[in-house]
Design a protein around this ligand. Structure first.
Ligand code: S3P
Length: 173
């Protein structure tokens, strides 16, 4: 019987939450879920549409609803959206749901990993690098609240998965 029901991944966009989360879920025999997918399914539209049509504050409320629903899960690995760490009530819900681990990366690495992608409204700007730095600065104090942090900048997905499995085992020992 493990101490934690689920493994919750937080961290900035492009730190590897989805790729790593899927790998860890496979290794543990858990189900992978992405909080952005929960939001999109419930809203019936993409995150980009929600930002464009309803605005970021509305997206954040939908995100809090999705994170609150994580309490119902068992044996899941959850990748959360990069900005959910900014609300205290999201932290309360995440801690109730499981062990919270933060994936981190250097701004240059985040830029390289996200530059070809178009599904993240906050990075659809003329100067994504400046936006990444600004958001990272603002969010840094929130990411440090996680139980553990792994810097993924110089690691492969498999290497991060191995480290996370180690953290999971130790936290449940
Ligand atoms: C966001 C991160 C995104 C998504 C939305 C806002 C953020 O999720 O929730 O675009 O504020 O950092 P990922 O971290 O999975 O890209």
């Amino acid at each position: 019987m493990s101490k934690h029901k689920n493994l919750i991944l937080v961290g900035f966009m492009g730190t590897g939450k989805t790729a790593v989360g899927k790998g860890v879920a496979r290794a543990l025999g858990f189900t992978f879920v992405d909080s952005d997918d929960i939001i999109e399914q419930k809203a019936g539209k993409t995150i980009s549409c929600i930002f464009a049509e309803d605005g970021e504050p509305h997206f954040r409320d939908l995100e809090t609803d999705a994170i609150r629903s994580l309490a119902l899960l068992d044996r899941h690995v959850v990748a959360t959206g990069g900005g959910c760490v900014q609300r205290d009530e999201n932290w309360e819900a995440m801690r109730r749901a499981g062990l919270v681990v933060c994936l981190a990366a250097r701004p240059e690495v985040i830029f390289e990993r996200t530059r070809q992608e178009t599904h993240r409204p906050l990075l659809q700007t003329r100067d994504p690098m400046a936006r990444i730095r600004e958001l990272l600065d603002r969010r840094a104090p929130f990411y440090t609240r996680a139980d553990h942090t792994i810097d993924t900048s110089d690691l492969t997905v498999d290497e991060v998965v191995a480290r996370l499995l180690d953290v999971w085992k130790k936290a449940n020992a």
